[in-house]
Design a protein around this ligand. Structure first.
Ligand SMILES: Cc1cc2nc3c(=O)[nH]c(=O)nc-3n(C[C@H](O)[C@H](O)[C@H](O)COP(=O)(O)OP(=O)(O)OC[C@H]3O[C@@H](n4cnc5c(N)ncnc54)[C@H](O)[C@@H]3O)c2cc1C
Length: 346
């Protein structure tokens, strides 16, 4: 097996950098995501065993929202549908139990004890280590220029060479449109910013006292983490789609306006985490037309499989989407239920 990566392993130009990614069983994106995340947890733990690396830290997860917003109801539905342990908490309960939080009194919340975060760069490294251990060759700093199907497989041309193989799997994240123009509308690259601020009360932002969160107010939303690796409370904003970008032209410098917007979010909901700026890093998310993933055989190609459109919540699934893409590439099908994510729906 050959893997080809145009930048380093890991790197900061795409979607998978920035130290942490949330993983949670409470899938407000829909109950159909729960079986996939359950398998993802198992595979992340397997990868830890294979590589001896710590990848997954459990902190619990909080879904919090203003009455009438949907994240809490949707997280509750996922938990109830799949019999997942969870607690209904008032804003006061959350603020007392987890003092880094300062939710408005009218907010409602769901706490789920198995949520946590993955160390994303370490996960990328661990996957490459495991691939090496299984005999794969990974070539970094080599860019795929194009590919074509042959009578018995595929031919791939890079800036350093040419390769032939039985099967090709394309997981090019924000660059998917370059390699598979036919699905460009289902892998639209959007800029997002991650912010780290120095907590004024560092003891409130440790992994044992600060669960990862997804929060939705009427006109804004966000997600965040305890301090890990980078010495700051990390969070980002979510919600309406933001700026569509060309991943090769995107400005990797944050703007003053982005910094200000993020600081206001922290001051409003996590004031003890809203000290001086520690780091600001842009990143790119890729969206399909219906926000579900895009998994399957590339249209019109028998030897090409694609994984794309992983949005702002796809990292936690990387372990299981890898398994699914491998199933499709080797057997033409998977036993996982991917009906919501199959490329055939588009
Ligand atoms: C700010 C932010 C916060 C997020 N938070 C979370 C979260 O908390 N939890 C969660 O689960 N998910 C989260 N996500 C989403 C998650 O990180 C992404 O869904 C996931 O990282 C997508 O991975 P990918 O492999 O599709 O893309 P990428 O990680 O960008 O990988 C694509 C790779 O293909 C390579 N490539 C592209 N073109 C070529 C070429 N021509 N030749 C060779 N190599 C090529 C790129 O260099 C890149 O390394 C977040 C994303 C962002 C940006």
């Amino acid at each position: 097996m050959l893997g080809i990566e145009r930048y380093d392993i890991p790197h900061t130009m795409g979607s998978s950098h920035g130290s942490t990614r949330i993983i949670r069983r409470a899938q407000h994106e829909g109950p159909n995501y729960v079986p996939l995340v359950e398998r993802a947890y198992e595979l992340w733990r397997d990868l830890e065993d294979q590589t001896g690396r710590d990848l997954l830290t459990i902190t619990g997860s909080v879904h919090a929202g203003a009455p009438g917003t949907d994240v809490v109801a949707n997280a509750r539905e996922a938990c109830v549908t799949h019999g997942i342990d969870h607690e209904e908490l008032s804003a006061l309960d959350v603020n007392e139990r987890f003092p880094g939080y300062d939710l408005p009194a009218e907010f409602e919340a769901i706490y789920q004890p198995d949520g946590g975060y993955l160390d994303c760069e370490r996960c990328v490294t661990a996957h490459v280590e495991a691939a090496h251990a299984h005999g794969a060759t990974i070539r970094a700093r080599e860019r795929v220029i194009d590919w074509s199907e042959t009578s018995d497989g595929v031919r791939v041309r890079t800036d350093k060479g040419r390769y032939e193989a039985d099967e090709l799997v394309v997981t090019a994240g924000p660059w998917t449109a370059e390699l598979l123009p036919s699905i460009a509308d289902d892998a639209v690259p959007v800029r997002a910013l991650m912010a780290w601020l120095q907590p004024t009360e560092p003891a409130f932002f440790t992994p044992d006292r600060f669960p990862v969160f997804v929060l939705r107010d009427h006109d804004e939303g966000g997600y965040g983490f305890p301090v890990h690796d980078v010495p700051g409370f990390k969070f980002g904003q979510s919600g309406e789609r933001q700026e569509v970008v060309d991943p090769d032209q995107m400005d990797h410098e944050p703007t003053a306006a982005e910094e200000e917007l993020h600081r206001r979010f922290a001051e409003k909901f996590f004031p003890a985490g809203a000290g001086p700026t520690v780091a600001l890093r842009p990143c790119i998310q890729s969206y399909s037309t219906d926000d579900d993933f895009v998994l399957g055989r590339a249209p019109g190609h028998d030897a090409v499989t694609v994984g794309a459109g992983f949005t702002g919540h796809g990292f936690k699934f990387a372990s299981v989407t890898g398994e699914i893409l491998a199933d499709i590439a080797t057997d033409g099908e998977t036993t996982h239920d991917i009906s919501a994510h199959s490329i055939d729906r588009l």
